[in-house]
Design a protein around this ligand. Structure first.
Ligand code: COA
Length: 335
């Protein structure tokens, strides 16, 4: 069994900045409403970029900071809800662009928790001996699945990608995980894909009278904002508490908290519940909005590049979102 450590990080966001005022010019909203309820001031939205180009940009920076060549990778996981194409998936497109020919590649779907789930999966591959060096990417082009006429949701989201490289190590850098899922509450954050329309299904439907009226299912993201808010402020502190109990640490031992950047008020509520100063929480939703699976990855990269992480620092990463899913990871920095 091998230990696991964080070797490097990277991120890449689209060029185009869309401010709250830009949105207010398109719909009935205001900078004041968005800023005070979410902490978001602007977001990046793709014009020419793709999920693959953002992912590759983030991956190249992560590989560079890790000092790793693409050929050394034996695992690539891309966490995303929005691959450019379902076939081939995003991880295969990234492999091709990087020339990472020795890597086994797959996508992982866990909504805004995706990067945390993928990082955990990669850590388990390395710990179990199935991989030595893994690239984990969280990437989204949410702008293509957002209903731009729904002011309750479209103001929240942005596009981007972040990446991390994990490697086998003698010294433990990855210290534990506390993950969870509540499928019974899945209806609070949904997006319908496409109907089953094969000839057998069509015939079956004609022979079976529909007892209940068909639900109108949106092909865009639907969100019950208040339910999601309540879920996040309950589950995130719980999972961090569980994680720290397992590791025999307390919140006072943690140097940096990297939470999913959904909303400033959620981070503030979590900090309050944990009784931790906001200074320990990385915040960048003002610039990027909620980038779903990319959010923790981009925030982690900004933290790593800020120069404020020292050898031996403890980091907690925490994601939460559709599913409902949530998860927290504990790392000790070995630099
Ligand atoms: N601009 C202006 N007014 C808006 C608006 C917008 N963009 N969106 C909604 N409103 C209006 C509503 O229509 C409502 O008006 P009404 O009272 O006349 O009906 C009013 O503002 C309040 O709406 P409500 O939905 O109750 O607002 P809220 O205080 O719950 O804030 C969120 C909405 C989305 C900011 C908040 O629920 C939230 O942050 N939820 C968590 C979302 C999240 O993080 N999701 C991702 C998780 S991965």
């Amino acid at each position: 069994m091998s230990e696991v450590k964080l070797l490097g990080t990277g991120s890449c966001v689209p060029e185009k900045i869309v401010t709250n005022d830009d949105l207010a010019a398109m719909m009935d909203t205001s900078d004041e409403w968005i800023r005070t309820r979410t902490g978001i001031c602007q977001r990046r939205i793709v014009t020419e970029e793709t999920l693959t180009s953002l992912s590759v940009g983030a991956a190249q920076r992560a590989l560079e900071s890790a000092g790793i060549l693409a050929e050394s990778l034996d695992l690539i996981i891309v966490a995303t809800l929005t691959p450019d194409e379902p076939l081939p998936n995003a991880s295969c497109a990234v492999q091709k662009a990087l020339g990472a020919w020795n890597a086994c590649c797959f996508d992982l779907s866990a909504a805004c928790s995706g990067f945390v789930f993928a990082l955990h999966t990669a850590a388990m591959y390395i710990r179990g001996g199935a991989a030595k060096t893994a690239l984990v990417i969280g990437a989204e082009v949410l702008s293509k699945i957002i209903d731009w006429s729904d002011r309750k949701t479209c103001i929240l989201f942005g596009d981007g990608a972040g990446a991390a490289v994990l490697g086998a190590s003698d010294i433990p850098g990855f210290l534990g995980a506390a993950m969870g899922t509540d499928g019974a509450k899945g209806h609070t954050l949904t997006m319908h894909e496409r109907d089953i329309a094969n000839p057998f299904r069509t015939r079956w439907l004609s022979e079976h009278p529909v007892l209940e009226p068909a639900q109108s299912l949106s092909r865009f993201v639907y969100m019950d904002g208040q339910e999601v808010f309540k879920f996040a402020v309950k589950r995130v502190p719980e999972s961090i508490g569980q994680l720290l109990d397992q590791a025999g640490l307390t919140v006072a031992d943690i140097d940096h908290f990297v939470l999913h950047q959904a909303n400033y008020r959620i981070v503030e509520a979590v900090a309050r519940r944990l009784k931790v100063s906001m200074d320990k929480f990385i915040l960048n939703m003002d610039r990027y909005g909620n980038t779903s699976a990319a959010s923790v990855a981009i925030a982690l990269d900004e933290l790593m590049r800020s120069g404020s992480v020292q050898n031996g620092d403890y980091l907690v990463l925490s994601g939460f979102g559709g599913g409902l899913t949530w998860g927290s990871l504990l790392f000790k920095m070995i630099i």
